[in-house]
Ligand binder design. Structure first.
Ligand SMILES: Nc1ncnc2c1ncn2[C@@H]1O[C@H](COP(=O)(O)OP(=O)(O)OP(=O)(O)O)[C@@H](O)[C@H]1O
Length: 296
């Protein structure tokens, strides 16, 4: 049986009348890179706080490997965490902070930490008060990756990073994955999720609306097809899976397609098609569909 890194069962958090997280059931297998997505206020940080044992659930439970999340000492010996707003000790230098953080976690791979400092171009001699947001984030990321903890919990870890550093981040996640570490990543950056995650969960208004592998999620959604033709337009009116047919020019039309394409292809074959372009919806479009529903 696969070992689970994270298990949430009926995990619920209320803040007064607000139901911030509503009976979340979720499992993340050891070794997965798992993306956690949702619009602002969906409950992502609340979930992370519950997983870290920093907040108490109103109902339900969370487990980190074989430990209850509330058993903070045991659970934290297996994880490293990077918060969304990294606050550091302003008077300490980057080097001192890495030392301090190294002593609180599950251990440090010093050689790897030095490599990460180079890769993330961190100047460790400066006091943290002089660090930019991105540099503070880099210190926290270096500290977390260098622990080699079995579970890395990263709350919007790249919001302050420039594209070059974002590449380094992706590389570090890939290396973590190769070593069998589990990564739980909350993010708004869809390209990042698409590039590095095995599965994603989408949270909306405290509720889980979808958990899927990235390719599977794309398949759930539509393909945009554009067709040029001569003569009579293809008759797509009652073809299963074909929706939103638009005539863009007298000799061109566009439609979206869900499910198997056979019927649509047959209808197209009956016409004199001169050009065909097929485009899968991007992850961004898929998520905008989900996110958009939140405000409806
Ligand atoms: N300590 C708190 N007291 C009261 N309400 C809270 C508290 N923490 C979070 N909330 C509310 O719970 C809901 C979920 O917030 P949460 O921070 O988990 O969202 P999020 O998905 O992380 O959003 P973002 O993407 O903006 O970080 C929001 O409506 C928020 O206002």
């Amino acid at each position: 049986m696969t070992r689970l890194a994270i298990r949430a069962e009926g995990l619920t958090k209320r803040y007064g009348r607000l139901l911030a997280l509503d009976a979340l059931d979720l499992t993340v297998s050891a070794g997965e890179v798992f993306g956690f997505l949702g619009p602002n206020g969906a409950g992502k940080s609340t979930t992370i706080r519950l997983l870290l044992g920093l907040a108490r659930p109103t109902a339900g439970r969370a487990q980190i490997f074989e430990h209850p999340a509330a058993d903070v000492v045991a659970a934290h010996s297996l994880m490293a965490y990077v918060p969304a707003d990294v606050a550091l000790w302003p008077g300490l230098t980057g080097a001192e902070i890495l030392e301090l953080l190294g002593r609180t976690g599950p251990g440090v791979d010093r050689a790897y930490r030095s490599e990460l400092v180079q890769r993330f171009a961190l100047d460790l001699s400066r006091p943290a008060r002089t660090y930019s947001t991105g540099n503070r984030q880099k210190v926290a990321l270096v500290a977390a990756f260098a622990t080699r903890a079995p579970l890395l919990v990263l709350d919007e870890p790249t919001s302050g990073l420039d594209p070059l550093m974002e590449q380094e981040f992706r590389r570090a996640v890939r290396l973590a994955r190769e070593r069998g570490q589990t990564v739980f990543l909350s993010s708004h950056q869809l390209a990042e999720v698409e590039a590095i995650c095995d599965r994603v969960a989408i949270l909306r208004s405290g509720r889980l609306v979808e958990v899927a592998a990235v390719p599977e999620l794309r398949r759930l959604h539509r393909t945009e097809v554009e067709v040029s033709f001569t003569g009579t337009a293809p008759d797509l009116a009652d073809v299963p899976g074909v929706e939103a047919i638009h005539t863009t020019r007298p000799d061109r039309l566009r439609f979206s397609l869900t499910g198997p394409p056979a019927a649509a292809l047959q209808a197209l074959a009956a016409a004199n098609v001169t050009a065909l372009s097929v485009r899968e919806s991007t992850l961004e479009e898929i998520f905008l569909d989900y996110y958009g529903e939140a405000s409806r």
